[in-house]
Write a protein that binds this ligand. Structure first.
Ligand code: PAF
Length: 285
């Protein structure tokens, strides 16, 4: 696996693969890798194999622009050695680890924002977060120039925003949506899980339980309000869970809905101690 620490070295690396006729897929991460990230790599590999083979770049960059709390940025888990070992084992071809100054050069003024989708749902709780995310994703796509890029369904709003970004700016890349990977007890894998206390970790699978129930209600023809009420009841029965939000939205564009006549996404944001967990489920009427 090649290790590239500057935009120039990753550009040179990708240019050499391109000259050799290889396709390229990008998996963008902020490190603290877990099985869920490796699943993104596996799906990127499947896509490449289905398109004649190619190389995978994984970026590891803790993007300051998407943190709206300085303390979150400072305490974000960083373990480069373990991350690189995992990437090697997963068959990644190049790791891109740029420095902050290489990405945000002095004098930079440009940001990229998907205006509507970035200001709803989690965007209201974390102002500026999605603008930071779309700015770095645009930069990574410009630097690496991949044919495909894999994003997890777990961050469903992020995935929806990235799809909108790519369509609106005519970026020639295929966005691969990767289903959420779960622990055996149903908890969605996330770098945040390692910050849960043992008691909160034991309580957190209630999210998956609530989503399972919500999905069944949607299949049985329930209204969005009935789904939210049932989910709230399940979450309230878990004393360690503090509900941030429960939303049932159109699965394509995250718009509000009065009745469920098309696929919806159920979105949960729930706090355990000081750790905010998000999870989602696409459900079909
Ligand atoms: O999902 C993430 O880890 C980040 O938001 C991303 C896409 C790597 C951009 O920093």
């Amino acid at each position: 696996m090649q290790i590239c620490r500057s935009t120039q070295t990753i550009r040179d690396c990708v240019a050499a693969w391109r000259a050799d006729g290889q396709r390229v897929a990008l998996v963008a991460t902020m490190g603290a890798l877990h099985e869920g990230h490796l699943h993104l790599l596996a799906q990127a590999r499947d896509w490449l194999d289905a398109h004649g083979g190619g190389r995978i770049v994984t970026s590891i960059f803790v993007n300051p622009m998407q943190f709206n709390q300085p303390a979150d940025l400072e305490t974000y888990p960083r373990d480069e050695e373990t991350d690189l070992a995992m990437l090697r084992r997963a068959g990644c071809d190049a790791a891109f680890l740029p420095g902050v100054r290489d990405i945000y050069r002095p004098g930079a003024q440009t940001v990229v924002e998907v205006t509507g989708l970035s200001r709803i749902l989690m965007g209201r709780l974390r102002p500026g977060h999605f603008r930071g995310m779309t700015t770095i994703v645009t930069k990574l796509l410009n630097i690496v120039g991949p044919d495909a890029t894999a994003f997890g369904e777990k961050d469903y709003q992020q995935l929806t925003i990235v799809r909108r970004l790519v369509a609106d700016l005519d970026i020639p890349v295929r966005v691969i949506a990767v289903p959420t990977v779960r622990e055996p007890d149903g908890l969605a894998m996330s770098s945040r899980n390692r910050r849960l206390t043992p008691a909160d970790r034991a309580a957190a699978p209630v999210l998956n339980k609530a989503l399972d129930h919500g999905q069944q209600l949607v299949a049985r023809g329930a209204t969005p309000a009935a789904v939210r009420t049932a989910i709230r009841r399940i979450l309230r029965a878990e004393p360690r869970a503090t509900i941030g939000s429960i939303d049932v939205r159109d699965a394509d564009d995250l718009s509000r809905i009065a009745a469920i006549v098309r696929p919806v996404v159920i979105l949960l944001a729930v706090r355990f101690g000081d750790v905010l967990l998000i999870d989602q489920r696409v459900a079909h009427p």
